[in-house]
Design a protein around this ligand. Sequence first.
Ligand code: FES
Length: 145
Amino acid sequence: MGNVFRIQRDGPVLAQGDLVLATEDGTVLRRLQQAAFCRCGKSGHAPLCDGTHRKVGFADGPDAGGKVRVDPLPEGAPEDGPVTIVLKATGSLRLVGPLTVVDADGREHAGGRASICRCGASRTKPWCDNTHREIGFEVEVKIPP
Ligand code: FES
């Protein structure tokens, strides 16, 4: 199924595939085949989940998954291959490349670009709605070993 991002209700997003972790300027930091990325914004090991979501009572909320924000693959773009996960200290988990997001209700959303909230405060989780700007979200990004 290629690159898959499975939203865990009230928890992280489990990613599997050819995952390229990169900075905003395109510098490749690491390649991984699987990872659990934090969505609550409280992990001590951001961008990865460290289980803190349970302690802080992170919850997706009533609108979870309601407004799908996955853009289609651009015309002529390869339908398989790596997906880039753009890591930045402030803001969403930006995914670029062939991907499928499976929401917490099991619905599949295939496309070529998506922004998953990782500050925990979006009103349209799992999708980013730019609330990170309102709350001044910023975390130190630690690159997984
Ligand atoms: S989602 Fe697990 S620590 Fe944030």
